[in-house]
Write a protein that binds this ligand. Structure first.
Ligand SMILES: Nc1nc2c(c(=O)[nH]1)N[C@H]1C(S)=C(S)[C@@H](COP(=O)(O)O)O[C@H]1N2
Ligand SMILES: [Mo]
Length: 544
């Protein structure tokens, strides 16, 4: 008897778990489908994912990037999906065993996702409609399925083994137990049939609606097609690449980083889809007049090309989080001038559609000698979607997180006292000039080198001061000057090389740069937080 009862109990739990998972699927499918109408900001999956990205501590983010690399966001989604399956299975069991605890759990999840949606920027009340509707649909389904599971399990056991069921009786409100055990068609069978029918229909519809919503969002987010069709006017002035700017050495970084190879760093779970025809840039805060311009207005101000090497604060010594591109854009100072920044302001908080913000010193944006721009083009094309389409900021000499806002929508003229940017409360400095540095591109520690003449080569950068010289030290035998290519300008990296007569064995290679102010790259290692790594890169190579 104990055995039979236990099996029934396990059966109840299993089907109850299924009812929870199906209810959660209906919740998400309804919400995702409605989010198509109310805007992607209303998607609970993306909002909760984005919320998790914002709250997880920095070391965990670094761990995720180190472990999953480019797939860090996919790993996050897989982890969230697993958590949803487990949590909803538990909610299903709770609802069957202790109603209405399961429905309460689902409602709490709904409230939390509404909170995640509303606290993310650009949120109006309407944006919460999909999550609310999804919660209601999921909760109704869970309540009904829970009742069927209980009805069929309890009545099934009642005639055969009344004693066995007695202990669990308090868990089931009497009202939910079908009253008439003597009915011609057993209530247990009816409940059973109703459960399977509802579960199958709900599960199948959730899958269909979910897949449908994905397909529709993929086709309507045809911003890629809008970008393809966009043709930018020819630049008024082009960057001239001086002769001798690019060395012909296998393994060295190309002078201009192709868009497809350009590093990408952002907190966006999905690439924001911003249509240039509806894009607006607002300049507000401490200004004489609030300015609001569209994409055509910006482009009409006149586009020029600028070569700038962008660098991430998370770039470790020897790392690859930097790239050099030819940007097409309008000086930020021209746009700020339309609004007229007021005395007392010392910072511009630039904001992205996705809520990211960067704090840039006002003077870096108004300085005539510094080419801070609002960029619309990158290496001869409109900005790629992942690099900020349609408009981003690029400021020579400042790390990306304090200057290079992608999918930009607002420039708020303010003060460092009054406002802080996304990364400031997360352990990074409010102000962060790029530290002068250098990198060995070839040879690499991994690949053995052949005995004989070897080019040791790489890049060095000191935006916006410029690199004066680069020195290489082989086996600590003293610093040798490297030959520099002709830099495009002081805002870009410069390529360098030395010729080395490599003898068999293992060797240490080190590199350091000196900028045009005479400052030598810092030798001591510093971590990336709070304002960028330092240290001379030192690699071990094997010569055969
Ligand atoms: N909207 C938005 N803009 C952003 C970021 C972000 O997370 N969100 N990251 C910044 C950081 S940390 C860097 S280093 C640069 C990277 O630009 P890229 O991805 O085009 O290389 O973008 C900056 N702009
Ligand atoms: Mo960055």
């Amino acid at each position: 008897m104990g055995e039979a009862r236990r099996r029934r109990r396990v059966g109840l739990w299993a089907w109850a778990a299924v009812s929870g998972i199906v209810s959660a699927a209906v919740f998400l499918a309804v919400a995702e489908a409605l989010a198509l109408l109310f805007g992607a900001g209303g998607s609970p999956i993306l909002a909760v994912g984005g919320f998790v990205i914002d709250i997880v501590p920095q070391p965990f983010k670094e761990f995720a990037i180190a472990t999953f690399g480019e797939y860090d966001k996919l790993a996050l989604i897989a982890g969230l999906a697993l958590a949803v399956v487990i949590a909803s299975a538990i909610a299903g069991i709770l609802q069957a065993v202790r109603p209405p605890l399961g429905v309460i759990a689902l409602a709490v999840a709904g409230v939390l996702s509404v909170a995640a949606i509303v606290t993310r920027t650009g949120a109006t009340v309407l944006v919460a409609v999909p999550a609310v509707a999804g919660t209601v649909a999921g909760a109704l389904l869970l309540a009904s399925l829970g009742q069927h599971v209980r009805g069929w399990q309890d009545t099934a056991s009642a005639p055969a083994d009344p004693a066995a069921d007695a202990p669990s009786a308090p868990a089931v409100p009497p009202a939910s137990v079908p009253e008439n055990p003597a009915a011609p068609r057993s209530p247990a069978a009816m409940n059973r049939r109703a459960f399977f029918r509802t579960t199958a229909i709900a599960g199948a519809s959730a899958v269909l609606i979910g897949i449908g919503a994905r397909i529709v969002s993929a086709t309507t987010s045809s911003i890629a097609a809008v970008r393809q069709a966009l043709s930018l006017p020819a630049p008024r002035s082009k960057v001239t690449i001086p002769g001798g700017a690019e060395l012909d050495i296998p393994g060295i970084s190309p002078l201009i980083t192709p868009n497809a190879d350009f590093y990408r760093v952002d907190t966006a779970l999905t690439v924001p889809a911003v249509d240039p025809s509806t894009w607006r840039l607002v300049v507000d805060g401490m200004v004489d007049q609030r300015v609001d311009i569209g994409f055509d207005d910006l482009v009409a101000m006149g586009l020029d090309e600028y070569a700038v090497t962008m660098t991430c604060v998370s770039n470790e010594v020897g790392g690859s989080l930097l790239g050099n591109a030819i940007w097409l854009g309008v000086p930020v100072r021209d746009v700020l001038a339309l609004a007229g920044p007021q005395p007392g302001a010392d910072m511009v908080l630039s904001r992205s559609v996705d809520g990211f913000t960067a704090s840039t010193p006002l003077e870096a944006l108004t300085d005539d000698g510094l080419d801070a721009i609002l960029a619309v083009g990158m290496n001869g094309e409109p900005l790629p979607l992942e690099h900020g389409f349609p408009v981003r900021m690029v400021v020579p000499g400042l790390y990306g997180y304090v200057s290079a806002t992608k999918w930009i929508t607002e420039l708020k003229v303010t003060t460092f006292d009054a406002d802080e940017a996304y990364w400031t409360p997360r352990g990074y400095s409010a102000k962060a000039p790029i530290k002068l540095s250098s990198r060995i591109d070839t040879p690499t520690s991994g690949a053995p080198v052949k005995t004989g003449k070897v080019a040791v080569a790489g890049v060095a950068w000191a935006q916006p001061v410029g690199v004066e010289r680069v020195e290489v030290n082989i086996d600590d035998a003293g610093w040798r000057p490297a030959t520099l290519s002709t830099a495009i300008n002081d805002d870009t990296w410069v390529q360098w090389f030395v010729e080395w007569d490599a003898a068999p064995g293992t060797h240490f290679l080190s590199v350091r740069a000196v900028d045009k102010r005479g400052t030598t790259q810092v030798e001591e290692r510093a971590p990336i937080a709070p304002d960028g790594s330092t240290g001379w890169q030192r690699i071990l190579v094997t010569v055969q």
